[in-house]
Design a protein around this ligand. Structure first.
Ligand SMILES: NC(=O)c1ccc[n+]([C@@H]2O[C@H](COP(=O)([O-])OP(=O)(O)OC[C@H]3O[C@@H](n4cnc5c(N)ncnc54)[C@H](O)[C@@H]3O)[C@@H](O)[C@H]2O)c1
Ligand SMILES: O=P(O)(O)OC[C@H](O)CO
Length: 314
């Protein structure tokens, strides 16, 4: 496949998942003149949506990715079909990322990760935004870049799909902590410290996984961390904010519109951090808060009263 071949052509795109993010991405591709079909488990037959498509984009919540990938596997697709994953989560059974699941199920296809500071409500309002598409196969990322790029959605390519994917996934846990920080009215200094040390924690986990440090300082890492930690539109931020206000996790999730992936991601991360011996103090306090083991104030004290140490181990 070549980018040249695709640059002026209108592609056939299947979007799996008709939630907030799937619908927004469908609108962006359709606005560029591509033929877009959307599938959701409540609606049309998956077979009809997949027929003759060149791109399959998944915006399914993490909980459904493995099942949907194996459903897709039972239908014939051209070997040229590119898979794009826009899910920000980790598989609880294997700790795999969504792209690792898609690549395992479709080992001979190109897989592209799409991730960035992309609060879907703002994108639906046609406000300007930027994102990143990353793949081990650069031409596949370039094709996906062309499908979604427009005057209101600027798409960058990146050669580190794991780093791009982990940035979008790990920041959700820090966004829960940021919601707690604002809910407790801890101030701007505290928030700056939390987000900065949160980024350090993301880099530490990402490096252990094999991702590149510099990717976390780009749009899909720092960019998405800033967007999610500073916006009440973020479901993950909302979870932390409600917990700080004294609501239980069950009550908070019952009233939440859409998916807050950070809740599940936090459990998976703790499991992996323990196995790999990675220090993750913020994630650990978010985990204990979600488990009901500490109050938001106790979690804050635990973080502040750890042994003092250098900022970096150079
Ligand atoms: N909303 C955003 O601003 C945004 C932006 C970027 C990335 N994301 C990521 O995209 C993913 C989806 O987010 P969303 O906001 O669209 O969530 P949502 O809750 O609005 O929609 C989730 C979609 O996944 C489907 N789904 C859920 N469980 C399923 C299952 N078991 N089998 C099949 N389908 C299932 C739902 O039917 C729905 O179509 C999440 O991983 C999220 O982190 C969201
Ligand atoms: O609503 P959230 O917390 O899932 O965040 C949405 C996006 O990930 C922001 O980029």
């Amino acid at each position: 496949m070549s980018e040249q071949m695709y640059s002026n052509s209108k592609l056939s795109v299947a979007i799996l998942g008709a939630g907030a993010w799937g619908a927004s991405l469908a609108n962006l591709a359709a606005a560029n003149g591509h033929q877009v079909r959307v599938w959701s488990r409540q609606g049309s037959q998956i077979q009809a949506v997949l027929k003759d498509v060149q791109i399959v984009l998944s915006a399914i919540s993490m909980i459904g990715v493995r099942d949907v990938a194996s459903q897709v596997q039972s239908f014939p697709l051209s070997p040229e079909t590119i898979f794009v994953t826009a899910t920000k989560g980790l598989d609880p059974q294997t700790t795999c990322t969504p792209s690792q699941i898609w690549q395992t199920v479709f080992p001979n296809h190109a897989v592209v990760v799409l991730s960035g500071p992309n609060l879907s409500k703002e994108i639906q309002m046609e406000l300007p935004a930027a994102t990143v598409v990353a793949s081990n196969i650069p031409t596949a990322a370039e094709i996906v870049q062309l499908v979604f790029s427009s005057g209101r959605f600027r798409v960058y390519t990146n050669p580190d799909p794991l780093g791009v994917e982990l940035g979008g996934t790990l920041k959700n846990v820090i966004a829960i902590a940021a919601g707690v920080c604002d809910g407790l009215q801890l101030g701007t200094n505290a928030k700056a410290a939390l987000v900065t040390r949160g980024l350090t924690e993301m880099v530490r986990i990402g490096n252990n996984w094999g991702a590149k440090t510099e990717t976390f300082y780009g749009l899909s890492g720092l960019g998405d961390l800033l967007a999610t930690c500073n916006s009440p539109l973020s479901r993950n931020y909302q979870v932390g904010y409600q917990l700080a206000g004294g609501k239980s996790l069950t009550e908070t999730l019952a009233n939440l519109q859409g998916t807050a992936e950070g809740v599940n991601t936090c459990q998976v991360l703790m499991q992996r951090a323990k196995q790999q011996n990675i220090p993750v103090p913020i994630t650990e306090q978010v985990y204990r808060l979600l488990q009901g083991e500490v109050t938001p104030r106790q979690a804050l004290d635990e973080l502040m009263l750890r042994d003092i140490k250098p900022e970096y181990n150079y």
